[in-house]
Ligand binder design. Structure first.
Ligand SMILES: O=C(O)c1ccccc1NCC(=O)[C@H](O)[C@H](O)COP(=O)(O)O
Length: 256
């Protein structure tokens, strides 16, 4: 499933490249106003921080929310106290788009993550050209040389990579490329199985100085407390926010 999602996302980017050549996207990326400092926004603090996700649908859960105005939802997230916003730009299974990312970027003043299945430099340039401050890199989807080169490109463009892992070996691979922001996804992206205890078993492998993000499987404030107790600096939440009143839900989560 993960390789299928990556192949589809890369193919879709190749289609966009036909209309917008590489050189033009690279030039737009390099000319864009500088990225916001995501490491500062997500830095460890005396309270948990929330990376709030805009997610219409997913392979594991199907349709979640129509989200006709992603910019308005992003403003609610910012108002509710989110520290950064994740925008799913994958179109086939998550029903997201680069337009969503551009609209969200224009509406808020906090860092914005391009959450997608990134495998090529073109996708990274697209992210920056659309105003992204962060880009997701999924360790399980990439060989180490590609992971390293995409990570370097993200940094060269002034952005931050959220390097996502799902095992001790993947955490080591993330640290080997110098990741400053490491996510542990409770969701196995091949089987969709959720393990809310995985973050707790891997958190100790992530040294202080690296920001720890717990991803997925948050439904209630107790789930946020569970991750916080296990050492999460940041919790990434999608479904629980798009299927509720986000400002109320964020206030419950941030009270942890
Ligand atoms: O959510 C899925 O079904 C999914 C399937 C395959 C690859 C990625 C997938 N989701 C991406 C994410 O990791 C989540 O959107 C994110 O962590 C938020 O999760 P949640 O709060 O459980 O919606």
């Amino acid at each position: 499933m993960l390789q299928e999602l990556l192949a589809g996302a890369v193919l879709d980017a190749e289609q966009r490249l036909l209309a917008r050549p590489f050189a033009s996207v690279e030039a737009a990326a390099r000319a864009h106003a500088p990225a916001l400092d995501a490491l500062a926004a997500l830095a460890p603090a005396d309270r948990v921080k929330i990376l709030a996700e805009i997610k219409r649908a997913s392979p594991s859960r199907g349709a979640l929310a129509a989200i006709t105005d992603p910019a308005a939802l992003a403003v609610s997230y910012e108002t509710g106290g989110a520290s950064a916003i994740s925008v799913l730009t994958e179109g086939r299974r998550f029903h997201g788009s680069m337009t969503d990312l551009e609209q969200v970027r224009a509406a808020v003043n906090i860092p914005v993550l391009r959450k997608d299945f990134i495998g090529t430099p073109y996708q990274v340039f697209e992210a920056r050209a659309a105003g992204a401050d962060l880009v997701l890199l999924i360790v399980a989807a990439l060989d180490q040389a590609t992971l390293l080169s995409l990570h370097e490109l993200i940094h060269e463009l002034g952005m931050t990579a959220l390097v996502e892992t799902h095992s001790g070996d993947e955490v080591s691979r993330a640290l080997d490329i110098g990741a400053s922001l490491v996510g542990v996804n409770a969701r196995d992206l091949s089987t969709f199985e959720l393990d809310p205890n995985l973050f707790g078993t891997l958190a100790d492998k992530i040294p202080s100085g690296v920001i720890r993000v717990a991803e997925s499987a948050v439904k209630t404030a107790a789930d946020v407390a569970h991750y916080r107790g296990a050492g999460a600096d940041v919790v990434l939440v999608g479904e629980a926010l798009v299927t509720s009143d986000p400002i109320r839900t964020l206030s419950e989560f941030l009270a942890v």
